[in-house]
Ligand binder design. Structure first.
Ligand code: SF4
Length: 307
């Protein structure tokens, strides 16, 4: 009986568990197993192809072939995906040497439109400018100005700021982001100015950078605005604008600063910092640059410009 069941015309089967299956269920089970086997073979074939392809792209010879396949006009030539708002990949134009005539014309136009550009932070002297710049890190100028109006009225010098104390200072600037750290730094730098610099803001970048909370960018702003030196403080706006146009392409703020130092004609340097910041803040904005309103659109080589 058992042998008949096993060898009959697929009428019944005895699976491992010893259960008896109807012909219909037995057929369904056989079909399911066949389908799974086919899928498994196809999956293995696909994985093997992908492994081969991945290996090939690491192989220099295969890379040459890939390059040929992605030449203009071929099907595989997919352009890199553009990320809106991402600053400034020079994309070819950035690797060209800056053209002095074009750079000079850009600054001539900035000057023509705004001969005496001003920063937007409120201050009453070099010390309050220094404090305002320290407080403006990752905060808006408007927000800083709101808080400093009352602060500078009572603590407009290093001695008065140090005397105010960290706790009172915190209370006066608590509407500004990171206010605890900033209050600590402003209090400490005020004490340092009193103790080591006779209550004055030093005129050198090296000395400024020894103060708590003061980096190269802050030092450059103070040197430029308070003391009229032709320094360029590369913030996020200048970094983006300089890479886009491009004026000086670079991967770090320092590289951009050094590049700008080299290419901006001396006559324009004192105001270059403000022109570039204002251009980046109001026209060449990160996400939606207003190229149609841009007064240097014909001189800009950014491939994504819209005018
Ligand atoms: S044309 Fe557009 S991208 Fe170029 S500088 Fe002007 S606003 Fe910026």
């Amino acid at each position: 009986m058992g042998a008949d069941l096993l060898s009959g015309p697929a009428a019944f089967v005895l699976p491992k568990g010893g259960r008896t299956l109807s012909p219909r269920r037995a057929r369904l089970r056989r079909e399911t197993r066949s389908t799974l086997a086919l899928l498994s073979v196809a999956g293995g074939f696909y994985n093997a192809r992908m492994r081969k392809r991945n290996t090939a792209t690491k192989n220099p010879a295969a890379q040459i072939l890939d390059g040929a396949a992605s030449a203009p006009g071929t099907k595989l030539n997919t352009p890199p995906k553009k990320i809106p708002g991402r600053a400034a990949k020079p994309q070819g134009a950035g690797h060209m040497p800056p053209d002095p005539a074009r750079v000079a014309e850009i600054f001539r136009r900035f000057e023509g439109a705004n001969p005496h550009p001003k920063g937007e932070l409120d201050y009453v002297n070099a010390f309050t400018l220094l404090v305002a710049v320290v407080l403006s890190a990752q905060a808006t100028d408007l927000g800083v100005n709101k808080a400093t109006r009352a602060l500078f009225a009572v603590a407009g010098s290093p001695a008065k700021m140090a005397a105010l104390g960290e706790e009172k200072l915190q209370n006066m600037i608590k509407t500004i982001g990171l206010y605890r750290t900033k209050a600590k730094n402003v209090n400490a730098l005020s004490q340092r100015l009193v103790e080591d610099f006779g209550g004055e803001v030093p005129h050198s970048r090296e000395a400024l950078e020894t103060l708590p909370g003061v980096g190269r960018k802050t030092a450059n702003v103070v040197l430029n605005i308070a003391f009229g030196l032709p320094t360029i403080a590369v913030d996020t706006h200048i970094f983006r604008v300089s890479n886009r146009i491009p004026l000086a392409a670079g991967k770090t703020p320092l590289a951009v600063e050094c590049g700008l130092e080299k290419i901006i004609p001396g006559a324009f340097k004192p105001h270059a910092h403000h022109w570039l910041i204002l251009h980046g803040r109001y026209i060449c904005k990160a996400r939606r640059p207003e190229c149609e309103r841009c007064l240097i659109s014909d001189l800009c080589r950014w491939p994504d410009k819209t005018a």
